[in-house]
Design a protein around this ligand. Structure first.
Ligand SMILES: Cc1cc2nc3c(=O)[nH]c(=O)nc-3n(C[C@H](O)[C@H](O)[C@H](O)COP(=O)(O)OP(=O)(O)OC[C@H]3O[C@@H](n4cnc5c(N)ncnc54)[C@H](O)[C@@H]3O)c2cc1C
Length: 538
């Protein structure tokens, strides 16, 4: 049996034990010792198993390297074999829903200004996390697959002109000829079929909003997705268990969605060269005098009880812990001097991809009692100017007719934020707040005001967000930046001044990319890994 298979089997058993602990004792098994293996090639760690980490692990394994893939969250895929669906769905949350929270915290969870959608839950290593900074909340996926476990699966390629503005040092022709197509193919992206978009009652909400935007001259566009639309068609006719059609998304999808464990990570693990180490957080990164890296590792069980602390030494380390996870490890190492020579650009050029969320009351325009959680349409006036908006038409699947349109708008906000190290809290501080977000909010208001004016009975709804905000700029799904390509790293993702240390996730993209980001994160990782492997950096 290969090391990766035995490791995965162990973790399944461990998580199953965790479930038993819920009704029994608090005991949990100690972590098994890693299997002995003959070393060949450099010892490589990839930290984080989202888009960047998945591509890094697969590329290295396909190039014949052995990789430890270290992930602080659970290996949900390994739980699939146990009886029943793994994920609880949005209307019946439980301890698998959120990462160590006493209560769910959904992004738009208010009705009539009252918090009636959130529910108390048991604290455990659930799949959706929120990192709360002084001026913004960042939603994240936790577990093997990172953000792919909780996101809407919208797989959008940015316009080439905007990509060239954001990352001018990257060869756009190569990206658009080779790496974006490869990313879409690896991620199993397809276009939503027109019969579903045009006729399904579950997409009434999307059609209504698209038509209203069209009336004032905005473009509307089909949005590709990793969801299996053949599965969705079968869900409609109840031929298979329902997933997108019964509110599954932010607390995980049980069926239909081809998240990373069903695409790139599956390929990576099939090589038997990737040793998956879930439930294990890298708490510190240090460089030793001989140039190797020492990682401090902390393993917990599903209920948060520490089961092991240890250190491990690697010749190469790939940071793929997401924008805030990677920035945290790098800034901590810089502040405490555990890695010398880290560049000053670490922590800079952060942004929420210009995210602003809003809801519109649309009396007289039914949006449907039943709404699919997988978005298929967007509306846009994008021309690369600061008034540009690309708005995904998002569902609000409450099971009742709310006459409400919900949108996640992506803007070309020129502001950037910055992570710094906070000595008192021994954690990162993020300098971002309402004043940073204002240009994005202004663009969104200018975009939606004409739609409201052209449709009587429509107006912004403030009662679905915290503090009755009309334009929710206090949270983001799309954190980007903090270790930007060409600034904190060289043009392939190797950290400047620290050979052998690499960044491979959303941290590389400065602040925004004009569309939902995971296709770009994946394509950039594909490009960087090709360059690094060809350049014998591993
Ligand atoms: C609710 C929601 C909806 C979204 N919808 C979309 C969408 O439709 N389309 C789109 O393009 N994007 C969407 N996104 C954003 C997208 O998921 C992220 O941009 C993407 O996941 C970022 O990829 P990444 O590789 O940078 O990091 P991540 O996917 O965040 O992966 C980082 C991984 O590293 C792990 N980690 C962090 N720190 C450590 C540590 N110290 N030790 C070990 N492991 C660690 C984390 O647990 C995580 O699994 C959405 C996000 C959310 C939260």
């Amino acid at each position: 049996m290969s090391p990766s298979v035995s490791r995965r089997t162990f973790v399944t058993a461990s998580l199953a034990t965790g479930a038993a602990v819920a009704v029994g004792s608090e005991a949990s098994p100690a972590l098994a010792a890693p299997p002995a293996e003959v070393r060949s090639g450099p010892r490589i760690a990839v930290i984080g198993s989202g888009y960047g980490g998945a591509v890094a692990a697969r590329s290295l394994a396909e190039a014949g390297r052995r990789v430890d893939l270290i992930e602080m969250g659970a290996d949900w895929e390994a739980m699939s074999s146990s009886s029943g669906p793994v994920f609880p769905g949005m209307r019946s949350p439980n301890e698998r829903s959120m990462w160590f929270k006493n209560r769910t915290d959904m992004p738009f969870s208010y009705l009539g200004g009252l918090d009636i959608i959130n529910r108390p839950i048991r604290r455990a290593a659930g799949v959706l996390d929120i990192e709360t900074f002084a001026g913004i909340k960042v939603y994240l996926g936790r577990g093997v697959g990172g953000g792919s476990l909780v996101n809407g699966g919208m797989a959008v390629t940015p316009s080439r002109s905007f990509f060239e503005k954001v990352l001018p040092s990257v060869d756009a022709a190569e990206m658009y000829d080779t790496y974006f197509p490869r990313a879409r193919q690896q991620l199993l992206v397809t276009e939503p079929p027109l019969d579903i978009v045009m006729n399904s009652p579950w997409y009434q909400f999307a059609r209504v909003s698209a038509l209203q935007a069209k009336k004032v001259g905005y473009r509307h566009q089909l949005v590709p997705n990793v969801y299996d639309f053949d599965y969705l068609r079968k869900e409609t006719f109840k031929q298979v268990p329902r997933s997108a059609l019964v509110g599954e998304v932010m607390f995980g999808n049980n069926y239909g969605k081809r998240s990373l464990p069903k695409s790139i990570l599956r390929t990576a693990l099939a090589t038997n060269r990737v040793n998956l180490i879930p439930m294990t957080e890298v708490t510190q990164l240090s460089q030793r005098p001989d140039g190797t890296f020492e990682l401090s590792l902390r393993t917990i069980d599903f209920w948060g009880k520490e089961t092991e602390r240890r250190t491990a030494v690697y010749d190469r380390v790939v940071l793929a812990a997401g924008s805030e996870g990677t920035s945290r490890l790098l800034l901590k190492a810089k502040r405490y001097g555990t890695v010398k020579g880290l560049p000053d650009a670490i922590g800079q050029y952060w942004g929420p991809n210009g995210n602003v969320m809003l809801a519109r009351r649309m009396w007289g325009y039914p949006t449907g009692m039943h709404q699919s959680t997988i978005p298929v349409l967007g509306v846009s006036n994008w021309d690369d100017s600061e008034r540009s908006v690309f708005a995904e038409i998002a569902p609000f699947p409450t099971g009742i007719e709310l006459h409400t349109g919900v949108y996640l708008a992506i803007t070309n906000n020129p502001n950037t934020g910055k992570f710094t190290w906070d000595d008192q809290r021994r954690n990162v501080h993020l300098d971002w707040g309402p004043s940073h977000a204002k240009p994005g909010v202004d663009a969104v208001r200018a975009f939606f005001d004409p739609i409201n004016r052209a449709h009587s009975g429509t107006a912004y709804r403030a009662d679905v967000f915290e503090r009755r905000q009309q334009f929710a700029d206090y949270f983001t799904y799309h954190p980007l930046g903090g270790a930007v390509l060409g600034e904190a790293t060289d043009l392939s993702g190797e950290v400047k001044g620290v050979p052998g240390l690499f960044v491979m996730d959303g941290s590389l993209i400065p602040a925004k990319i004009g569309v939902n980001p995971f296709v770009t994160i994946t394509a950039l990782a594909e490009r960087n890994m090709d360059r690094l492997i060809a350049g014998h950096r591993f």
